[in-house]
Ligand binder design. Structure first.
Ligand SMILES: [Zn+2]
Length: 324
């Protein structure tokens, strides 16, 4: 859909499906996740002090758009006629062109959105040091204002944490807190990061969705690291939202169990064999079942379900990988 029409529909969508109290609740989750990353960065020993300071600055200036833009674009100059589909499209393109031209010479608007509210997706925009979480992904099963905190943090919280993690990964390290293209890592930081990443690559290389066909650990490394950071920060954020305790037990599941179940349910999917084979060969994301297996690296998951040596997903403590 043309950007102008898409945004106009988005206003209607956001008002109907993403009321202000849902937005406030999602914003509180984001604040807890950012606080969790701040604490994790403080505790990391492998980052040089200058790198840590820039990482914290990136977090401090990160704009996290929730649901829809803070200010809607002004469409008063855009004329819509009920009997003129082609003309509507044409005029919206002209409107969009004029809007772009008017931006020349003005400061970058870091709060400008690149997705419409009705898009089920999320994005990290390194040139703006910004994230967008459209209203359409802030719906069940990812997010439900009525659901327990454990479930919301396990589901959408881990997705938000995933996107924040891209702020610091191989791509994020090439953009600073102002969105300028500048490498802010030392060679030692890179060397350590690579060393940890290599271990994680081996973990994913071992996954074999079809006999003889393995997940490519190198091809999927950035996304797997983001999944790892995402679940860790989401878990911290969820515990912080419960003042350090577990959320209440529900339907026989402890708060921590609900968190990890909701995380796993993010990745339930059905894929035809040909499509899955293509994904394994070409996609930067691991197939859903292996994204769900990120829990293997989380110490809290072992405690929550009393996972024992010899069980399918078990990893010895030294083989669990923690990057952020
Ligand atoms: Zn990602």
């Amino acid at each position: 859909m043309n950007a102008c029409l898409g945004d106009a529909v988005g206003q209607i969508y956001a008002q109907k499906y993403f009321p202000p109290d849902a937005k406030a609740q999602a914003q509180a989750m984001v604040a807890n996740l950012i606080a969790a990353y701040h604490k994790r960065l403080d505790a990391l020993t492998w980052l040089a002090p200058s790198t840590r300071a820039e990482a914290q600055a990136k977090l401090d200036t990160l704009y996290v758009g929730i649901g829809y833009p803070e200010t809607w674009k002004d469409y008063s100059a855009y004329e819509v006629r009920p009997d003129d589909a082609f003309g509507n499209l044409w005029r919206s393109s002209v409107w969009y062109f004029n809007m772009q031209i008017a931006r020349i010479g003005k400061p970058v608007d870091r709060h400008e959105w690149s997705m419409t509210p009705q898009t089920v997706n999320a994005v990290n925009l390194p040139l703006q040091n910004a994230l967008n979480f459209p209203a359409a992904i802030l719906q069940p099963p990812f997010f439900d204002p009525q659901a327990p905190a454990a479930v919301n943090y396990g589901a959408i919280g881990s997705v938000i944490g995933h996107e924040i993690s891209h702020t610091f990964d191989a791509e994020g390290s090439a953009f600073d807190s102002k969105g300028r293209v500048r490498n802010w890592w030392t060679p030692e930081d890179h060397a350590h990061f690579e060393q940890q990443a290599e271990k994680l690559e081996k973990q994913y290389d071992a996954y074999e969705p079809f006999p003889g066909v393995h997940v490519n650990g190198k091809q999927t490394i950035d996304e797997n690291i983001a999944d790892l950071g995402g679940i860790a920060a989401a878990y911290d954020g969820y515990r912080a939202s419960q003042h350090g305790a577990q959320g209440p037990t529900q339907d026989g599941f402890t708060g921590d169990q609900q968190f990890f179940i909701a995380f796993g349910q993010n990745w339930g999917s059905q894929t035809r064999e040909a499509a899955l084979r293509r994904q394994v060969l070409t996609d930067g994301h691991s197939p859903g079942q292996f994204r769900a297996a990120t829990v293997r690296n989380s110490d809290a998951w072992y405690k929550a379900f009393d996972v024992k040596p010899g069980e399918t997903l078990y990893l010895a403590p030294d083989d669990r990988i923690h990057i952020w």
